[in-house]
Design a binder for this molecule. Structure first.
Ligand SMILES: [Zn+2]
Length: 388
């Protein structure tokens, strides 16, 4: 079904003529959709519908409400015609954000986990909000003449850190914007007007530079040729220079203003651990370990975090990792005896060390805590073999 969807979408592009009059920003007096724009909204609505159904959206009312408050402080609700800003969180470790034409803005957990404060987040949200308000998606939609052009603009095959599932879920169109961004001119417009929104809301202007530097650092560590959200490397450097110029032009030293670091950290905290496990799933051990260690600075006695460190060692399986994994699981059990996965992890370590009886006891403890565990049948069989 996903393939068919992409195909239909591709055919829709083949029939688009390349006429690109400059579109006006949306406000209450100017919210009428052009005929082809209605079609464009329908196409992206399909992408959103699929995305909503795939399980990539994180449902966490506390974090969602918080992000929505930040958004509403940047642009007052009810002032942008039929664009209604709504924030969604995507479970994906790539540092990325994207906007849909109807005002839905998706922020990845990777970005939330990496950013240090609310002001950095506000910088990205304001940028994305301008893409929607100024109808940049429509401009790009009118420009893209064929599906192959979309793929070319996405740099698929080389970009790579996206999970395959998310690519299918998001559909070609939305992913094209997400990965490749818009033209340099439109990105600059979003940067400058987004910066103005952020400053107007009282945020510390210099934090937008730090937000971009985080992305640059991540792209470097990830050896990603095309970091999402911000376009390519040279463009990224130019944009940091441009932000520095905007900050200098702003009165004051760029540091004064809201950052809400403590509030941000308190609300985002659990997402750091969640994102670490997403990084582990993708085999990004370095990112995963760094995030768990960051989380442990905030919550030093977390059994779940120690368990995750154990799982990272188990998966990485380098010299000495098995021993380290065992130590982490033991520590995790000491801190949170009722956290089932630590018992399973320790059992796996014993299993690999050929300590059959100890492994059996751990798996029994795990199943006692989690009788409905998905791997119950497999572990039951193992326990039975051990008993012989
Ligand atoms: Zn952008």
């Amino acid at each position: 079904m996903k393939k068919a969807f992409a195909l239909i979408l591709g055919m829709a592009f083949l029939s688009i003529a390349c006429t690109a009059p400059k579109v006006q920003p949306v406000d209450n007096a100017n919210s009428q959709l052009a005929d082809d724009e209605k079609r464009y909204w329908q196409e992206t609505a399909k992408d959103q519908e699929i995305l909503d159904k795939t399980g990539f959206i994180l449902e966490n009312p506390e974090v969602e409400n918080y992000l929505q408050e930040v958004m509403d402080s940047l642009i007052a609700p009810g002032t942008t015609g039929n664009v209604y800003y709504k924030i969604k969180i995507i479970k994906d470790p790539a540092i990325n954000a994207l906007s849909f034409p109807n005002g839905v803005i998706c922020i990845h957990t990777g970005m939330l986990a990496r950013f240090e404060n609310e002001a950095q987040l506000a910088a990205v949200m304001a940028h994305e909000a301008i893409h929607a308000k100024n109808r940049h998606g429509l401009a790009k939609w009118r420009d893209l003449k064929s599906r192959s052009a979309i793929y070319a603009s996405m740099g698929l095959g080389s970009a790579g850190a996206y999970t395959g599932g998310l690519i299918s879920a998001m559909g070609t169109l939305s992913l094209a914007y997400s990965v490749a961004g818009f033209s340099r001119e439109l990105e600059q417009e979003a940067d400058e007007q987004g910066f103005a929104l952020m400053v107007q809301a009282g945020y510390a202007p210099g934090e937008c530079v730090k937000a971009f530097k985080h992305l640059k650092q991540w792209a470097k560590e990830n050896e990603s040729k095309e970091p999402y959200f911000f376009g390519s490397h040279p463009a990224l450097d130019d944009r940091i220079t441009n932000f520095n110029r905007l900050v200098r032009q702003h009165r004051g030293n760029g540091q004064a203003g809201i950052t809400n670091q403590e509030k941000y950290t308190a609300i985002i905290r659990e997402l750091i651990l969640l994102n670490a496990s997403l990084n582990l799933d993708e085999g990004h051990f370095k990112f995963a370990e760094k995030e768990v260690r960051h989380y442990l600075e905030l919550v030093p006695d977390s059994g779940a975090a120690h368990c995750l460190l154990g799982e990272i060692c188990l998966e990485r399986n380098e010299e000495g990792d098995l021993k380290k994994a065992g130590d982490f699981f033991l520590q995790a059990i000491k801190l949170s005896p009722a956290f089932a996965p630590s018992h399973r992890g320790l059992g796996t370590v014993y299993l690999k060390q050929d300590q059959c009886q100890s492994a059996k006891t751990c798996f029994e403890d795990y199943l006692a805590l989690l009788p409905e565990a998905r791997d119950k049948a497999y572990l039951d069989q193992y326990i039975e073999e051990c008993a012989r």
